[in-house]
Each structure stands twice: as structure tokens, then as C-alpha cells.
Design a protein around this ligand. Structure first.
Ligand SMILES: [Cu+2]
Length: 292
């Protein structure tokens, strides 16, 4: 084998490893976390569990909510004359609408958290359009769990999620139309939802393979119960004027509560004028290679 052939061989092996890695990680800024394999099914988890809970704080002075100009649709202005932006909702220094979830981790005994099968709750997740505003603003849902979308306004909305890993769709929903029911077949965080009628309307959906997630409440608190005993990487995501996320390692013990307090923006992090790199750069997850 001459020298050139050897170089080609090494290069092509490296490239195919890379391709394999990126095929698994999904690519783009939408991420599918936990396990993508359908073969490693450890069945439902039935061992000891604990809780992960914490408080999301906001560092410094939060940006003031901005008034939304709704003149494009008088119905919106009549019902909701003081509609404000809700990308950063802070009360007494605590941040609402932060999505906290187990990204990956090892359950005691050595199995990946995503290797277990997690039953899909039969109750649909509700997303309402009221006053030309989505409620809730940030929501989690499990793969194949129903989302039930309602229109409480005397005007027409057009719901338009823009996923990367799931099929994109948009559907009009006039006043009085029945709820729209949909499911998402693949895990993906975070799917932006917009309205083609009202450009200010925005929501985010996290589609999860497991139920181990929570959204911070108005007082910044969150709690994830029934977490199998183990060690995990959890991620807190918040929208802000540019989305930002932070990882944290936690250890869950039987009947224990693992504390996981976060603070946004991260000290020294980019502000709204510049783009933070953390959220937008997909990790090359070489550990995925082991799951094939
Ligand atoms: Cu709308």
C-alpha cells in the first residue's frame, strides 16, 4: 500500500465515523436527546426514585416586557389591549417558563435512562389561543402524546410549528372550530410554534421520550418527580431574546431530592445583542456510536 492510499484510507474511516455521529445526533439546532435506539428496550422502570427540584433565578435587571402592536387584527386588541412580550417573565428575581429536562444519564445498574420504555400519558396536553396569545408559552409533551389545540378567540388563528426532526405543518383554526389534535413522533427540543395570522404569537414545545421534565412556574420553581436513582445531565433552557441553555450534573438518590438551581443569563454570557453559541451548536455525540 503506497503512502497516498494509506492517507485516503484513514481519511475515509474518519469521515464515515463523523457521518455516523451526526446522523445520530439529528443535526441542526433541534436536538433529539436521550436514546434514539428502538432496540435497547429495558422495559418500564420499577426501581427506587427521587426528585430533582430547584429554582430558576434571573441575574440582574430583566428586560422590560414590550407592548405588542396588534392593530393588524382589531379582535386581538379588543380582547387583549395590553398584550406584552413574554420571552422573559421575571418576578422577584425568579424566571418562569424555563424548560428543565433530563438530557441523558445512567440509571443505577448501568442502563441509560432512554433505554427504558415510558408509558405515554393518555391525557392530552392543552395549548390554547386566548387573546391572540399562546398559553402555555413553553410546554413539554411526550412522543406520541396528544396535543389538544383550542381557539378561544373570535378570530382565526393558524398554528404553525416549525420542527426539524418532525414533519412541519400549519393549520387554520377559525373561531368556533373544533380543537386540533396532533402528535409528534420524534423527540425534539425545542420546537418553535408560530401563528401565520399574528406574527407576534409564539410558543415552544419540547417533545420528550420520557416524562422527566418540568417547566418553571411563575415563582421560578420546578420539580421533576419519580426520577430513577442514578446520575444525570439535566439541561435548563430558557427563551429570552435569544435562547440560552445550561447543563448541570445531578445525582438522584432513593426518596431524596437533588437540588438544581439555575441562574440566567449565565455570568459573562452573551446578551441579547449577540448570539450565544451554546444553544446553536449541536454537540457531536460520539457516545452514540456505542448504541448501534
Ligand atoms: Cu393567531
Amino acid at each position: 500500500m503506497n503512502k497516498q492510499t494509506k492517507v485516503w484510507l484513514v481519511l475515509s474511516i474518519a469521515l464515515s465515523l463523523l457521518a455516523l455521529g451526526s446522523a445520530c445526533s439529528g443535526g441542526g439546532d433541534h436536538k433529539e436527546t436521550t436514546n434514539t435506539s428502538t432496540t435497547a428496550d429495558a422495559g418500564p422502570y420499577s426501581g427506587p426514585t427521587g426528585t430533582i427540584s430547584g429554582v430558576i433565578s434571573y441575574n440582574g435587571t430583566p428586560p422590560a416586557p414590550r407592548k405588542i402592536d396588534t392593530t393588524a387584527d382589531p379582535v386581538c386588541g379588543q380582547k387583549n389591549p395590553n398584550l406584552m412580550t413574554d420571552d422573559t417573565i421575571v418576578k422577584d428575581g425568579k424566571l418562569a417558563n424555563t424548560f428543565v429536562y433530563i438530557k441523558e444519564g445512567t440509571v443505577e445498574g448501568g442502563k441509560n435512562v432512554g433505554d427504558y420504555s415510558w408509558p405515554v400519558p393518555p391525557t392530552p396536553i392543552k395549548l390554547d389561543q386566548n387573546g391572540c396569545h399562546y398559553a402555555p408559552h413553553v410546554l413539554g409533551i411526550m412522543v406520541n402524546q396528544k396535543i389538544n389545540i383550542t381557539n378561544s378567540d373570535a378570530t382565526q388563528h393558524n398554528i404553525h410549528p416549525t420542527p426539524k426532526l418532525n414533519p412541519e405543518w400549519n393549520q387554520t383554526q377559525p373561531n368556533g372550530a373544533p380543537p386540533i389534535e396532533k402528535t409528534f413522533a420524534r423527540a425534539e427540543q425545542m420546537i418553535p410554534v408560530k401563528c401565520n395570522q399574528h406574527p407576534w404569537m409564539k410558543a415552544y414545545i419540547a417533545v420528550m421520550k420520557h416524562p422527566l421534565y418540568a417547566v418553571s412556574a411563575a415563582d421560578g420553581t420546578f420539580s421533576i418527580p419519580n426520577v430513577p436513582v442514578g446520575k444525570y445531565t439535566i439541561v435548563a433552557w430558557r427563551e429570552g431574546q435569544t435562547p440560552e441553555e445550561q447543563p448541570m450534573e445531578v445525582t438522584v438518590t432513593a426518596n431524596g431530592t437533588a437540588k438544581a438551581d439555575f441562574a440566567f443569563p449565565k455570568a459573562g454570557a452573551a446578551t441579547s445583542s449577540t448570539k450565544p453559541s451554546l444553544q446553536m451548536v449541536p454537540a457531536i455525540e460520539f457516545p452514540m456510536l456505542g448504541k448501534h
